[in-house]
Design a protein around this ligand. Structure first.
Ligand code: ATP
Ligand code: MG
Length: 718
């Protein structure tokens, strides 16, 4: 029926209303950040329910994260009350995939109580298969196979769809074979991996027209948020399901497509009108989130991208007192963390709610400095979308090595590292050590020592344990001879732990190596290994209290769709942001995706966006100067204020940049005469970039980055 004027439609602008009231047929809402896309989706659902167009169970609504799904549910609840309770099909692609598969498990060769493997299980399984095939695991590591298969699954390709014996693929053309074997094995185990949640659900719908027809009848309305980041298999799913009612509404922003590296295809947006004939496109141009300065800065920045549809954005929030986007320099990342910590305390004193403050980093290793600083200051924080720095797998492993060296009785540490990297010490051996330890009331390392005197330990386990014990002994003897950072590095190198990740060709391995380097860097702030480990136990001891007010720390990738009054954006330096690996691997396209990430970052802010860069990074114990990010040069001066740091921050004010490159100041003229009016950071960039030739050579070894696949805890997100 015709829409009655109702309260939830108040205050919406005409385009938003149009998008909400156009219920029949395909609809694409294409609009920039903060224009109310998510709000349109929520209100649209409320409207469908309030007008009795569909039952809650007849609406399929897809969000990007589980968190977003919860928030959406809450918001709908506020509009329509308890009706929202009956919405079983509101969630991420993955949660909806699980639901589909549980209902029809037997149709894809599973039982409904199938298990969902986590990444570790997945890798272990692949290792077995690789070994069984007699493939050299050093050359063809399991993690590489995992990311290959993951990529295929994201593209909607089953084992049968892969060209046979394609030599480019794993194990000299045996990728497809292993993929088949892996899928067969999963079926035997009654298990699926994350990729299957999408791929098998697609297969189900494709191969069972009766099931598909059933869902065609069921889903009267389909709604999708963050559409620009759907991948091929998700897209195929949606297209298939939307053939029923044809009432599909997708909202997205091509400028916020940031998951290309994980298989997302921004082309899905461009294809929408072609694939859904008769589609209506609504554009929203008014931004309700940010101040004019923030919007102006973000719009100007993203305009440097070529591959974009182009959009207009404006705001009515013209407040003459609004802060400009602030750009500030720190001497190094430690000072950056200190200054941001001070600023947050200042905001708090002036009444800011910590929940309205976020720090958005490009790579997960950057979190360490902030976490340490907040612990020192006693400022509560939470890490969103992934583990806290010291809780990451590679950090825990490394810490376990350090602990067992300084504290021989630390059984937990010993157990963690005894077979990491793999040395052929199996569960049975570890159990035997435990049994001995318990029976004789001695720690595991003593158990090993004593058992090595007997014949009970044999074969590979015996050799490996002998080697490991000798290493631990040797490292322990260096505790006083070497500095603790040197020793730490030595331990990670000699144990084969660093090498394990170096040989790992998965997307997250470079980020883990970067985190390990950051760990060692962080140790320089302490006098001894013991001092450092004490600090760690204090940091680790903090309980995460989700209800309390806290600053949020997260990667830019995890920040999508969120908003905060104040946003801090540290680390805007060439190589880190834009990220070197994105540039190396994807060239211009990589740069543009980095720029979209910057756009996402700046547009999270409602009132204040503070961008920082460090002039120096400490890499392998030596200082190297860094170049401020090119994105800083792309910000419009009208909306930006370059903050002159006072002496409280060590006096690295603009004049210091002059001093920094003063002797080479003349050479600057060669590279662009008009630099006298440029803000300080630009001048700094030039003097550093051209005055100090060490940048390109200097960063070679330190250019690590990555952390590209840093959304560990968020795998269930789409
Ligand atoms: P993003 O691209 O970052 O996901 P979005 O387009 O989804 O942004 P929303 O999060 O829906 O934008 O809205 C941004 C902010 O503007 C929210 O706080 C929302 O409540 C507010 N907002 C949206 N529309 C209106 C409106 N018509 N009147 C007042 N506030 C609005
Ligand atoms: Mg949104």
């Amino acid at each position: 029926g015709a829409a009655r004027p109702v309260a939830y439609l108040d205050n919406l602008n005409p385009e938003q209303k149009d998008a909400i009231l156009t219920l029949d047929g395909p609809l694409l809402v294409l609009a920039g950040a903060g224009t109310g896309k998510t709000r349109v989706l929520t209100t649209r659902i409320a409207h469908i329910l309030a007008t009795g167009r569909a039952y809650p169970s007849q609406i399929l609504a897809v969000t990007f994260t589980n968190k977003a799904a919860r928030e959406m549910k809450e918001r709908i609840g506020k509009l329509v009350g308890s009706a929202v309770e009956g919405m079983p099909w509101l969630g991420t692609f993955h949660t909806i995939g699980v639901k589909l598969l549980r209902r029809h498990a037997e149709m894809v060769g599973l039982r409904s109580d199938f298990t969902i493997l986590d990444t570790d299980d997945q890798i272990r399984l692949m290792k077995q298969l690789i070994q069984a095939e007699g493939i050299d695991e050093k050359r063809w590591p399991a993690r590489q196979l995992a990311s290959l298969i993951d990529g295929w699954k994201n593209k909607g390709l089953g084992p049968k769809d892969i060209p046979e014996g394609d030599a480019r693929y794993f194990g000299n053309g045996r990728g497809r074979e292993l993929y088949t074997a892996y899928q067969d094995r999963l079926k035997v185990l009654n298990a699926v991996d994350f990729g299957d949640l999408l791929l098998e659900a697609l297969r189900l719908l494709r191969e069972h027209p009766d099931v598909l027809a059933d869902y065609h009848r069921r889903f009267r309305y389909i709604l999708v948020d963050e559409y620009q980041d759907t991948n091929v298999v998700q897209y195929m799913w949606l297209r298939l399901l939307a053939q029923g009612s044809k009432n599909i509404c997708c909202v997205g922003d091509d400028d916020q497509s940031i998951y290309g590296w994980r298989g997302a295809e921004v082309d899905n947006i461009l294809r929408f009108e072609k694939d859904f004939p008769g589609a209506k496109v609504v554009r929203l141009e008014r931004n309700y989130r940010s101040t004019a300065h923030i919007l102006g800065a973000a719009s100007h920045l993203i305009a440097h991208n070529e591959a974009r549809l182009g959009k207009t954005l404006f705001t009515d929030a013209v407040d003459p007192d609004a802060d400009k986007v602030r750009v500030a320099a720190a001497w190094d990342s430690e000072e950056e963390a200190r200054a941001i910590g001070d600023e947050i305390e200042r905001l708090q004193r002036h009444g800011s709610n910590l929940n309205e403050i976020a720090i958005l980093v490009r790579a997960s290793f950057q979190m360490r400095e902030f976490e340490d600083r907040f612990v020192t200051l006693g400022v509560p924080y939470r890490v969103i979308g992934g583990p806290r720095f010291y809780e990451r797998q590679e950090i825990r492993d490394a810490l376990a090595y350090f602990r067992i060296v300084s504290q021989p009785a630390d059984d937990l540490a010993f157990e963690r590292i005894v077979n990491t990297p793999r040395r052929g010490i199996g569960g049975a051996t570890v159990q035997m050590l435990h049994a001995y330890g318990r029976a004789n009331s001695v720690p595991l390392t003593d158990a090993v020592h004593n058992l090595l005197q007997t014949e009970e330990l044999r074969g590979k386990a015996r050799t490996s344990l002998t080697g490991l014990m000798a290493s631990i002994e040797r490292w322990r003897n260096q505790l006083d001879a070497l500095s603790h950072t040197e020793l730490a590095k030595m331990i990670l190198d000699e144990s084969g732990y660093t090498e394990m990740w170096q040989n790992d060709r998965s997307a997250e391995a470079p980020g883990r190596l970067e985190n390990l380097k950051e760990l060692i860097r962080s140790m320089q702030d302490f006098e001894s290994m013991t001092g450092f480990l004490e600090h760690i136990s204090l940091v680790m001891d903090r309980d995460a209290d989700d209800s309390a007010e806290a600053v949020s720390i997260m990667t830019l990738h995890s920040a999508k769709g969120l908003e905060f009054e104040t946003v801090f954006l540290p680390g805007w330096e060439e190589g880190l942001f834009p990220h070197q690996r994105a540039l190396d691997e994807s060239g211009r396209a990589g740069l543009e995706e980095e720029r979209r990430l910057a756009y996402v970052g700046v547009t999270r802010a409602k009132k204040r966006a503070n961008i920082w860069f460090a002039s120096n990074r400490r890499i392998h114990g030596s200082w190297q100067s860094s170049i401020p990010s090119r994105f800083l040069d792309e910000l419009p001066e009208a909306h930006v204020e370059v903050v002159e740091q006072g002496s409280s921050y060590g006096g690295y004010s603009r004049s210091n940049y002059g001093a920094y490159g003063a002797s080479r100041f003349d050479s600057q003229a060669t590279f662009g005469g008009s630099s006298y009016n440029t803000p300080g950071w630009k001048r700094a960039a030039k003097t550093q970039a051209f005055g100090d030739g060490s940048w390109s050579q200097g960063t070679g070894s330190g250019r690590t980055p990555s952390g590209v696949k840093m959304i560990e805890g968020e795998l269930i997100a789409r």
